[in-house]
Design a protein around this ligand. Structure first.
Ligand SMILES: Cc1cc2nc3c(=O)[nH]c(=O)nc-3n(C[C@H](O)[C@H](O)[C@H](O)COP(=O)(O)OP(=O)(O)OC[C@H]3O[C@@H](n4cnc5c(N)ncnc54)[C@H](O)[C@@H]3O)c2cc1C
Ligand code: FES
Length: 265
């Protein structure tokens, strides 16, 4: 893990309230893996004091670049939109545990909703580089919020899209309905999900029924991001009851069958 002063390469709005940030930070890019995240200090002064966690959207190691896509939700992300090319940005990373592509995996599904699609894009790139076929099941309120579509198309991924409004609405109620259709004849080796508890539950159900190893990336409010404050715990199913794990340290990626809240309906 490194604390570095990165340099903003680009920071631009992709769609209403959705921004794409590229930061040059070669020390972190050299070690970062899809599914991990960085803690960003969004302002140089003391306010806001706490860093903000953002997942790696893409990792361009040869340029030393880290790419993030973030949604403006509060003060910290609002301040981040004011950062421009050439500005310095204090980053801590790479942090947490990323996705596991298991040996022998030949075909995967990524299942994401809204900003939860962000950490799945780097995974799709890494998988395709390893010769793994990727089917993407993506949903959002509106089509503009479906992240990474052009890139996924370029990578040759199968796309199953659902939006509440606009172009991709009305074909199904949930994008996970397409899982059965896409994997009817041959199940995927692994599924990866991020974006909502309901999606996580659908992936857990599918995975238990079809015997698929699946992972979820969880989001919890984080203060330190380093495992020190115990402010980000989630309940994990253990043999003799439930245990707590820190999302920033033992996660944010967990095996779906471990995550207690996916069983609480
Ligand atoms: C591991 C991880 C990866 C994430 N990756 C992304 C990403 O790629 N893109 C993206 O848009 N968002 C991501 N988030 C959510 C993002 O961190 C919050 O939206 C952001 O911190 C909000 O900050 P704010 O100051 O604008 O909002 P405020 O609500 O003003 O924040 C107040 C405090 O609450 C924390 N907080 C608020 N919402 C969240 C949240 N949902 N998760 C964690 N902490 C939160 C903030 O960090 C801050 O300390 C991720 C969260 C986690 C835990
Ligand atoms: S945020 Fe402090 S332990 Fe996870």
């Amino acid at each position: 893990m490194h604390q570095v002063m990165g340099q903003v390469v680009r920071n631009r709005e992709l769609a209403a309230g959705l921004w794409h940030l590229i930061v040059e930070a070669p020390e972190i890019a050299a070690r970062a893996e899809p599914g991990q995240f960085a803690m960003l200090r969004v302002a140089s002064g003391l306010e806001p004091l706490l860093r903000r966690p953002l997942s790696f959207y893409r990792i361009a190691r040869h340029y030393g670049w880290l790419e993030f896509v973030y949604k403006v939700v509060g003060r910290g992300t609002q301040i981040l939109t004011t950062r421009a090319a050439g500005d310095r940005l204090d980053l801590l990373g790479p942090l947490g545990r990323g996705w596991d592509l298991l040996p022998g995996t030949r075909r995967i599904g990524i299942v994401g909703r809204g900003i939860g699609i962000a950490p799945l894009i780097g995974l799709a790139e890494a998988a395709v580089r390893r010769g793994i076929a990727v089917e993407a099941f993506l949903s959002a309120r509106e089509p503009q919020a479906l992240l990474g579509l052009d890139l996924l198309r370029e990578l040759g991924c199968g796309l199953y899209l659902h939006t509440e409004r606009g172009e991709y609405s009305g074909r199904c109620r949930e994008v996970t309905e397409h899982l059965e259709e896409a994997f009817e004849e041959e199940k995927p080796d692994q599924l990866f999900v991020c974006g909502s508890r309901r999606l996580g539950q659908a992936v857990l159900d599918f995975s238990r029924r079809r015997g698929v190893r699946s992972q979820i990336s969880l989001e919890e409010r984080m203060a330190c991001g380093l495992g020190a404050c115990i402010g980000c715990v989630t309940e994990i199913r253990a043999e003799d009851g439930r245990e707590y794990r820190r999302v920033c340290k033992e996660g944010p990626v967990f095996w779906v069958e471990e995550v207690a809240m996916l069983y609480d309906r």
